[in-house]
Design a binder for this molecule. Structure first.
Ligand code: BJW
Ligand code: ZN
Length: 306
C-alpha cells in the first residue's frame, strides 16, 4: 500500500493520538523558527536569547526580543495546519503538546466547523486538549524573590520604551546616511539594539519588581500541571499514534514523548520540511515521514478524519 494510504488507514483506526508541535507549524503564519538560518534576531541567535542568563545579563535586550515576538504573533493568524489539528482533536481522543509560545493553536475557532466533527461526544477530554509546555508570550511573571505575581497582557508596546520593536529592520540592509551618522554603524551592518534601563521595562503591579516573559527557558522547569496531565494521558492507556510536527526534536522533555508513545505501542508520523531520506522512504519501522510545509501537508494527510 502506498505510504499515504497506509498512514491514513492507521489514522482512521487510531483511537488515542498525541500531537507534538514545534515552531515549523507556525512558519507559514510568518513566525520564524529557532534553529537553522531563520533563527536569527538582529545579530543574535534566538536560542541564546531564550535563557535565564541572557535575561540576567541584559533584561532590556531580552524584553525587546520578546516584544518583537509578541507583536509578530499578535499580527499572525492560525494557518491551515493549526486548523486541521483542531479538527482532528475534535474528532479523536487527542492531546496537543505544543512547544510554541505564540498562542496560535488556541486561537483556532473550531466551533465554526463543529458540524464537520465526526465524533465530538468525548466529554472527558481536557479543555481544548492543548498544552503550551513552554509557556506563552502573553504571560508575565515577577522576578522578585518574595513575590509570586503572574499575569497576562496582550498590550503592545508593554511600556513606551518597547515601542519600535515591531519590525526586524536590522537584518543586513543598507542604512541611510542619517542612520549611519546617528548610530555610528557602518553601511550594511546591524543597527545595535537599544539599551534600556530596568525602569523602562514592564514592572510588577503588586511589588514594582521587574517582570519577565512567562516562557520556559533552558534549565527551567516546565508547568507541572501540564506535565502531569500529559503523563496521565500517555500512561493511562495505549496511544496509537504520535504526530511530530515542525520540530527539530532537540529539546528535552518535549522530545522524550516520541519514545514514550512508541513504548506504548504507538506509531509515529513526522511532518517536517527537513527529514532524513530513509525515513521518507519508509525504512524505519512504524515511522512515516512526510516532507514539506506542515500547513499544507496536514489538511491533506488528515483529510479522511477531519
Ligand atoms: C518546518 C517548517 C514548515 C520549518 N513545516 N516543518 C544539558 C545541559 C543543560 C540542560 C540540558 C542538557 N541536556 C538536556 C537538558 C535539558 C534542556 C535541553 O533540552 N537542552 C537541549 C538543547 C540539550 N531542556 C530544558 O532545560 C528544559 N527544562 C528542563 O529540562 O528542566 C529540567 C532540567 C533542567 C536542567 C537540566 C536538565 C533538566 C526547558 C526547555 C525550554 C526550551 N525553551 C525554548 C524557548 C521558549 C521560549 C521562546 O519561545 O522563546 O523553547 S528553546 C526553543 O526550542 C523553544 C522551542 O519551543 C524549542 C524547540 O524548538 P522547535 O520548536 O523544535 O524549533 P526548531 O527551530 O528547533 O525546529 C523547527 C523545525 O521545524 C525544524 O526541524 C525545521 O526543519 C522544521 N520546519 N519550517 C514543517 N513550514
Ligand atoms: Zn512582584
Amino acid at each position: 500500500m502506498n505510504r499515504v494510504l497506509e498512514f491514513q488507514d492507521h489514522l482512521k483506526n487510531s483511537k488515542r493520538i498525541v500531537a507534538l508541535v514545534g515552531a515549523g507549524l507556525s512558519a507559514s503564519s510568518g513566525l520564524p523558527t529557532f534553529r537553522g538560518s531563520q533563527g536569527l534576531w538582529k545579530n543574535f541567535n534566538m536560542i541564546d536569547l531564550a535563557t535565564p542568563d541572557a535575561f540576567i545579563m541584559d533584561p532590556g535586550l531580552v524584553w525587546q526580543f520578546y516584544s518583537w515576538r509578541r507583536y509578530k504573533a499578535l499580527q499572525a493568524q492560525p494557518n491551515s495546519g493549526h486548523k486541521a489539528l483542531a479538527k482532528l482533536a475534535a474528532a479523536k481522543d487527542m492531546i496537543m503538546i505544543t512547544q510554541n509560545v505564540d498562542g496560535l493553536q488556541l486561537r483556532v475557532d473550531n466551533h465554526k466547523d463543529s458540524d464537520n466533527h465526526k465524533n465530538n461526544n468525548d466529554n472527558h477530554k481536557h479543555k481544548d486538549g492543548v498544552y503550551e509546555i513552554h509557556g506563552s508570550l502573553y504571560d508575565v511573571k515577577c522576578t522578585s524573590f518574595s513575590c509570586n505575581y503572574k499575569g497576562r497582557s496582550y498590550k503592545h508596546p508593554m511600556t513606551p520604551a518597547l515601542a519600535g520593536t515591531e519590525e526586524e529592520v536590522t537584518r543586513k540592509r543598507r542604512l541611510s546616511d542619517d542612520e549611519i551618522n546617528s548610530s555610528g554603524t557602518g553601511p550594511g551592518e546591524f543597527v545595535p539594539v537599544k539599551q534600556l534601563d530596568d525602569g523602562e521595562l514592564p514592572r510588577c503591579p503588586a511589588c514594582e519588581g521587574l517582570l519577565r516573559p512567562g516562557v520556559v527557558w533552558f534549565g527551567e522547569s516546565l508547568p507541572v500541571l501540564a506535565l502531569n496531565q500529559i503523563d496521565d494521558f500517555i500512561e493511562s492507556q495505549s496511544v496509537d499514534l504520535i504526530l511530530v510536527i515542525g520540530t527539530s526534536g532537540t529539546v528535552y522533555p518535549a522530545n522524550s514523548y516520541v519514545d514514550r508513545v512508541r513504548y506504548k505501542g504507538g506509531k509515529v508520523a513526522i511532518f517536517n520540511t527537513d527529514i532524513e531520506q530513509d525515513i521518507v522512504d519508509g525504512k524505519e519501522k512504524d515511522v512515516w515521514g512526510f516532507k514539506g510545509d506542515a500547513a499544507k501537508l496536514l489538511p491533506e494527510m488528515l483529510a479522511p478524519v477531519i
